[in-house]
Design a protein around this ligand. Structure first.
Ligand SMILES: *Cc1c(COP(=O)(O)O)cnc(C)c1O
Length: 356
C-alpha cells in the first residue's frame, strides 16, 4: 500500500450555516486522490486542497463514460465520528469497477485515505439533528487517448460534503409514477453497478415525472417492462398482506446497503421477506384490493422514503392513506438510530473512528 502525502490548504474556507445545508452544495477543505496505471498499480495517493482536477481532453471518462461512484455518510459522535457498514460500499465499488473494466481498489487504501481525509476535515461534520457528512468516492478511466478499450489509467477521488436532513420538514410520503417508456437498466447491462451512465439514462424519465408533479419514477424491468425494479435511485419495498416483498437482484437492480440492512432488520423482527420478481399487475391488483399496506424506497441519502401515491395507466393508487406507514416509520427510526449511535448496534454495522 502506498503512503499518503498531505498538502494542507493554506486558507480554510468559511463554513456554511449548518442549519441550512441542503444536499451536496458545500465541500470541505480537502480531497483525496490516487492514480492508477497498469504498470504502477495505485500510486501517488495524496490529500490536497479541494479544487479542480485537470483532465486531458481525450480522457476516457469524457468520451466513453467510464465512471463509478459510491455514497456513504459519516455521523459525528462525542469523541469522533462513525460510518455505517463502509466495507460494504468498498466491496460494491470493486464490483462496479469489475463491470466497467476499471481497476479494483485496495480496501486498506480506500479506508485509510477516507479516514485520513475526514480526520483532517473533522470540523466539517455537522452535528445538528439529522445532519451528516456525505462521502462521495468516485473513480474514472483516465487514458489520454481516444482508443476504445479497457482502461490502463484511472483516477480515484474522495470528496466530502456536509449535508442537512433529507427531511427538512419531517418524513413525508411522496408521489410516484410508474415509468412505461424509458428503462434505467437491463439485465446484462450495468444496472447493478453504481455508475454515472445509469444516472444519465434515468434523467429524462425523472424530469418528465417532475414536470407532471411526481417526486420520482418507479422503474420497470428493461426486458418485459413488467416487473418492478427500483424507485428513482433507491431500492423499493412493499408490504402486501403483512409480508414484505422487494425486487430480487436480477442484475439490473442496484444492491443497496440500506436494502440489505432493511431485509436483515425486518427478518429479525419476524417478517417474511420475499426477494422475488413482482409484476406491476400484482402490485396494482393488491393496491386496488387494499392489500398494499405500505411502500417505501431505501437508500443512503434518504434512508427510508415513504410512498403515498402510485400512478399507473391513468390510475392513482393511494398507499397507507398517503400517511407514513407504521412499519416504514419503525424502520426509519431503527436505521437512523443505529447510524447516529442512538440505538444499540447489535449487528456490528457501525465503524467508529476516534479523533479526540
Ligand atoms: C446507490 C443506489 C441505491 C441505494 O444504495 P444504498 O447503498 O442503500 O445507498 C439504490 N439504487 C440505485 C440506482 C443507486 O444508485
Amino acid at each position: 500500500m502506498c503512503e499518503i502525502k498531505i498538502e494542507k490548504a493554506q486558507q480554510l474556507k468559511q463554513k456554511p450555516d449548518f442549519s441550512k445545508l441542503g444536499f451536496g452544495k458545500y465541500f470541505t477543505d480537502h480531497m483525496f486522490i490516487a492514480d492508477y496505471s497498469d504498470d504502477k498499480g495505485w500510486y501517488n495517493a495524496r490529500i490536497v486542497p479541494f479544487g479542480y482536477i485537470p483532465i486531458h481532453p481525450a480522457s476516457t471518462v469524457l468520451h466513453y463514460g467510464a465512471e463509478i461512484f459510491e455514497g456513504m455518510k459519516a455521523y459525528k459522535t462525542a469523541d469522533g465520528y462513525q460510518m455505517f457498514r463502509p466495507r460494504e460500499n468498498i466491496k460494491r465499488m470493486n464490483d462496479s469497477a469489475a463491470r466497467l473494466c476499471l481497476p479494483s481498489i485496495d480496501e486498506d487504501l480506500f479506508l485509510n485515505g477516507l479516514t485520513t481525509l475526514i480526520n483532517l476535515d473533522y470540523n466539517w461534520i455537522p452535528d445538528s439533528e439529522g445532519t451528516s457528512l456525505y462521502i462521495r468516492p468516485f473513480m474514472f478511466g483516465n487514458d489520454e487517448s481516444l482508443g476504445v478499450h479497457a482502461v490502463h489509467n484511472a483516477t480515484f477521488v474522495i470528496i466530502l460534503s456536509p449535508v442537512g436532513s433529507y427531511y427538512a420538514t419531517g418524513l413525508s410520503p411522496v408521489k410516484i409514477i410508474i415509468e412505461e417508456q424509458d428503462v434505467r437498466a437491463v439485465r446484462g447491462g450495468t444496472g447493478y453497478a453504481k455508475c454515472g451512465g445509469n444516472y444519465a439514462a434515468s434523467l429524462r424519465a425523472g424530469k418528465r415525472a417532475a414536470d407532471k408533479g411526481f417526486s420520482q419514477v418507479l422503474w420497470l424491468d428493461g426486458v418485459e417492462r413488467k416487473y418492478i425494479e427500483e424507485v428513482g435511485a433507491m431500492n423499493v419495498m412493499f408490504k402486501i398482506d403483512g409480508k414484505i416483498i422487494t425486487p430480487e437482484l436480477t442484475g439490473s437492480v442496484l444492491p443497496g446497503v440500506t436494502r440489505k440492512s432493511c431485509i436483515e432488520i425486518l427478518k429479525d423482527w419476524g417478517y417474511d421477506v420475499e426477494e422475488r420478481l413482482l409484476s406491476v399487475e400484482e402490485l396494482t391488483i393488491a393496491a386496488k384490493e387494499n392489500r398494499l399496506e405500505e411502500a417505501w424506497g431505501t437508500g443512503t441519502a434518504a434512508v427510508v422514503s415513504p410512498i403515498g401515491h402510485l400512478f399507473y395507466d391513468n390510475q392513482d393508487y393511494t398507499v397507507s392513506n398517503n400517511q407514513i406507514g407504521e412499519l416504514t416509520q419503525r424502520l426509519y427510526d431503527e436505521l437512523t438510530g443505529i447510524q447516529w449511535g442512538k440505538r444499540e448496534d447489535k449487528r456490528n454495522w457501525v465503524y467508529k473512528v476516534k479523533v479526540k
